[in-house]
Design a protein around this ligand. Structure first.
Ligand SMILES: [Zn+2]
Length: 355
């Protein structure tokens, strides 16, 4: 057996907006989502008369309004992200609970899916995880024969319960398959799972040279120090189960070569460029929490001003999986509008084929 000397730890740092504190908590009780009434102050109260936004100094911009001579973030879901939690829609600047009538599907009613099903794009789908006895690490058993897998993913858990790990892997795989050509050949996906492999030591070497390792961790009581060596590693801090599957699909998009769309990197190597006019882009300024990530000198050509973007729309009208983790269509894989852009899908389809 070939010893893997691959200590290539490629942790994709995805910036402050990938794990935002402002993700609304799931709220199915019908009470007002807590994001609705948050205001933040942009500028301190002016001391001297003649200063402040009432005098046009400073101007407040589109997202803020001038109140009491201060720039205050406009209130309501049209001005907050995510606009509304799961099951709500933003209408007339308020989060309104979507009644089941006229909105059938598991995104609106998660009791619709069976025990072994996951809600993906508002549809109940089964997980594609299967056993492949006797086959190699990157092989699948199809019609009694071991053949090359189209893609291999190795999930590693740290700090999750075994139930959480199973649930999250199942959901992530269901969503990933649904949004790639694997939906036509789910039997060609090979999935490996290692639950808490660092319990007995403090390092773990993931197998295979072609696979991607998805490291799911939660700094709970059961979290142990664990350094992972893998051909290609992506890490996900699991803060809540409902949103982590969408982040898995985002990170798997990275594993296939896609770049984030919430930063604008106008370089020829970018496989996933934004449509600058349509992607909700704005200039980044120093002090913005995205500034250091989006102005990564390895990618941003010298002399180019860094921008942040929401991301292009996908064919369903939501924000692309590679876009800003803010809109519900990007946060929840169960959302009816979750998905890659068409060009993103085409790029993925070159890497994963059913052949
Ligand atoms: Zn990312």
């Amino acid at each position: 057996m070939r010893i893997l000397a691959l200590a290539l730890l490629m942790i994709l740092f995805c910036g402050c907006m990938e794990q935002p504190q402002e993700v609304a908590e799931n709220n199915q009780s019908g009470t007002s989502p807590h994001r609705e009434n948050i205001s933040t102050l942009q500028a301190p109260a002016p001391v001297d008369s003649g200063m402040g936004c009432e005098y046009g100094n400073p101007g407040c911009g589109d997202e803020y309004e001038c109140r009491g001579n201060r720039c205050v973030l406009k209130q309501g879901c049209e001005f907050s992200y995510p606009r509304c939690p799961r099951g709500y829609s933003c209408e007339n600047n308020s989060c309104i609970f979507i009644q089941d009538e006229g909105h059938p599907g598991c995104y609106y009613d998660d009791s619709l899916c069976g025990d072994r099903e996951f809600c993906v794009n508002n549809n109940c789908v089964e997980s594609a995880i299967k056993e492949h006895p006797g086959c190699g690490f990157n092989e699948v058993l199809v019609e009694g024969e071991c053949t090359d897998a189209s893609y291999t993913i190795h999930f590693v858990s740290n700090g999750l319960t075994s139930e959480e790990f199973d649930e999250l892997v199942g959901n992530s795989v269901a969503a990933f398959v649904y949004h790639t050509p694997l939906v036509k050949c789910p039997e060609k996906l090979r999935v490996h799972k290692s639950f808490q492999p660092c319990r007995e030591g403090n390092s773990f070497l993931a197998g295979g040279t072609e696979n991607v390792t998805v490291y799911l961790y939660n700094r709970s009581e059961t979290f142990t120090e664990c350094s992972i060596a893998s051909h290609h590693l992506v890490s996900i801090s699991v803060e809540d189960m409902e949103t982590a599957a969408a982040t898995s699909v985002h990170e798997l998009g990275h594993s296939l070569g896609l770049w984030d769309q919430y930063c604008y990197w106008p370089v020829p190597e970018n496989p996933n460029p934004v449509d600058f006019e349509k992607a909700g882009c704005s200039l980044l300024e120093e002090g913005d929490c995205m500034f250091s990530y989006c102005s990564n000198p390895d990618r941003l050509p010298e002399g180019t001003a860094p921008h942040k973007c929401i991301g292009n729309s996908n064919y369903l009208g939501g924000v692309t999986v590679m876009g800003l983790r803010a809109d519900p269509s990007r946060v929840y894989s169960s959302h009816p509008k979750f998905g890659f852009t068409e060009s993103g899908y085409e790029y993925v389809a070159e890497k994963i084929t059913c052949n």
